[in-house]
Design a protein around this ligand. Structure first.
Ligand code: THU
Length: 157
């Protein structure tokens, strides 16, 4: 028998500690929360994906009266990005959210399991790590890769 721990490396940084390009990505994720369609949960999520060609593709959660038919912000963004730019690798993703009080969430929100699995596929396609920024009101959590969010992932690659 053997046991081991899997460590998730997270850095909590202030906005000012990010590069200009990273700050821009964070602002675009925050803006995307204002295009969320969330009449049922009133929880507005925005995701912005930086591509290797410098383009940034944003998405927001889109709910539906038939609840399972809605889509999270992260999947809206990654499916849209890859359908617009099928040959361009992802470089980073930033995720922001506003709660029912309309304010940015105090603590960063992390993607749900289904979104982690979907994002992982694009990280595998990229062939390199895709950096993650989880945006809270004050702090931003940075993680080096999607796989660090989904240890022991299902993958055929
Ligand atoms: N949501 C996201 O957009 N991303 C996640 O990773 C988890 C949850 C959305 C789905 C739903 O519209 C709302 O947040 C409340 O769960």
């Amino acid at each position: 028998m053997r046991t081991f721990d899997i460590v998730v490396p997270v850095k909590a940084v202030d906005f000012d500690e990010l590069s200009i390009q990273e700050q821009n990505l964070v602002e675009i994720a925050r803006d995307a929360t204002y295009r969320s369609y969330a009449p049922y949960s009133h929880f507005r999520v925005g995701a912005a994906i930086l591509l290797e060609n410098g383009e940034i593709v944003a998405g927001s959660n889109q709910e539906n009266v038939a609840f399972p038919s809605g889509t999270c912000a992260e999947r809206t963004a990654c499916f849209y990005a890859h359908s617009q730019y099928p040959d361009v690798a992802f470089k980073a993703i930033a995720i922001a959210a506003r709660g029912i009080d309309e304010l940015p969430v105090a603590s960063p929100v992390a993607p749900c399991g289904a979104c982690r699995q979907s994002l992982l596929e694009y990280e595998m396609l990229a062939g390199h790590d895709v950096k993650v920024f989880l945006i809270g009101r004050k702090e931003i959590f940075t993680l080096p890769s999607i796989k660090s969010l989904l240890p022991l992932a299902f993958t055929e690659f």
